[in-house]
Write a protein that binds this ligand. Structure first.
Ligand code: PLP
Length: 429
């Protein structure tokens, strides 16, 4: 099919995520990718400055990952994961245990970030249920949170235009104001009351950086205080590391920057380097212990057809090898240093505010461009502006952020930075 045929058939048949069915922009047809670059069917090159929804940590079409999938496909492509196991899954579990907190003892496989959250919520609720504490059903989440699009994950996320049609079906939670330097004392005192409540079951949070909420950042000190207070009350702490995992914030996981260990950690996105979908819900031995029983009623009765798929595990293991290599760690540091230099330049611009940087994520807010949100006017203007210049940036409303693959070169980063600075130079508020 040529580019025109693909676009027409796409328009006729495909329902894309987060996109109105009548969409004047259409969808670009991508033929191939390599490292930080995407190549369209029309012959254009695009630098992927956001790792394609934050997943492609090692860039596109990575040979090492592709070969691992191919090799595994020839050996065993899939097998039911109840009553059976296989080496790629066991290897992955062992690999994960080397970077998870020392008190972690089990990993549960699912399909994506949202399902890793569903599993975490079920684990937390059933942790109390199995101990006959059925009244413990209240979840605390942060204002502005995004944990996914399934019903449980929507329930613990910010109520927004994205979930409005489903409000009647979402369960109630307690929402805590997003912590800032200005409000932290009040936040902590409210958290103190919420966690003291008999019904409080769990606290779920995106550690250090709220992704879809606008790359909002808060400090390790604040997170440490919240987690340690919750744990002192026995409240289960669920870290949603779906976006922040795999070096994004400078450490393997964002929670590595605090002393306390969350009880449950949700992992996805970068885990396979963007090659295949996978969600992991990992837990501490304290959580596991409550499920240690031969009774089926005490078991976590959850699973998906593709749970523990061997090819996906092989992709994750290959991605893990790349992630553990010195080159990857050096790239993470290099990007952070380059971002720091970029921030120095950004500091002289008066039409932006709230410049923030953590690890490989840099973000700032455009002044006078309205609110954060996918449907904002800012996004409608900024997104095509950069695409026309060969750069994939998906602003979150008035928030422009970069979250590049770790293999992005200095030259590509310069191209992205220069293009943002030119945009800001020409911005008429
Ligand atoms: C922090 C966080 N949690 C969960 C999710 C949901 O992941 P998925 O889109 O793979 O379902 C996302 C997706 O952006 C996310 O950023």
């Amino acid at each position: 099919m040529n580019s025109t045929e693909i676009k027409q058939a796409d328009k006729d048949l495909i329902w894309h995520p987060f996109t109105p069915l009548i969409n004047p922009f259409g969808h670009l047809s991508i033929k191939s990718g390599k490292d930080a670059k995407l190549f369209t069917h029309d012959g254009d090159t695009i630098i992927d400055a956001v790792s394609s929804w934050w997943v492609n940590i090692h860039g596109h079409a990575n040979k090492h990952i592709a070969e691992a999938i191919y090799k595994q496909a020839l050996e065993l492509e899939h097998v039911i994961f109840a009553g059976f196991t296989h080496e790629p899954a066991v290897r992955l579990a062992k690999n994960l245990m080397t970077i998870l907190p020392k008190n972690y003892s089990k990993v549960f496989f699912s399909d994506n970030g949202s399902t890793s959250i569903e599993v975490a919520l079920k684990m937390a609720f059933q942790y109390w249920y199995n101990q006959d504490k059925k009244h413990k059903t209240k979840i605390i989440a942060l204002d502005g949170a995004y944990h996914g699009d399934t019903f449980g994950s929507m329930s613990v996320s910010e109520r927004s235009g994205f979930t409005r049609p489903f409000f009647p079906f979402l369960f109630d939670i307690e929402t805590l104001d997003f912590p800032t330097e200005q409000n932290f004392d009040q936040v902590l005192s409210r958290f103190d009351k919420l966690t003291a409540d008999e019904n409080c079951a769990a606290f779920i949070f995106e550690p250090l950086v709220q992704g879809a909420g606008g790359m909002r950042m808060y400090t390790p000190e604040m997170l440490q205080q919240l987690v340690s207070l919750a744990q002192s009350r026995g409240v289960i702490c669920i870290a949603d590391e779906v976006m922040t995992g795999w070096g994004r914030t400078g450490t393997n996981f964002a929670c590595d920057q605090i002393e306390a260990n969350p009880d449950i950690t949700c992992i996805s996105k970068g885990i396979t380097g963007g090659a295949l979908p996978l969600g992991i819900t990992a837990c501490s031995s304290k959580i596991e212990a409550v499920f240690q029983s031969e009774e089926i009623s005490k078991a976590l009765l959850h699973g998906h057809s593709y749970t523990g798929n061997p090819m996906i595990c092989a992709a994750a293991n290959a991605s893990f090898e790349l992630f553990e290599a010195d080159e990857c760690k050096a790239n993470i540091q290099r990007i952070n240093q380059r971002h720091q230099q970029f921030v120095e330049k950004l500091n002289s611009y008066e039409n932006i505010e709230n410049i923030r940087l953590r690890g490989t994520i840099v973000a700032f807010d455009l002044k006078g461009f309205g609110e954060t949100g996918y449907d904002s006017d800012a996004r409608k203007k900024i997104y095509p502006y950069f695409l026309e210049r060969g750069i994939l940036i998906r602003p979150l409303g008035n928030v422009i952020y970069l979250l590049p693959p770790y293999v992005i070169t200095d030259e590509e980063l310069d191209q992205v930075y220069d293009s943002i600075l030119t945009f800001l130079d020409n911005l008429i508020n």
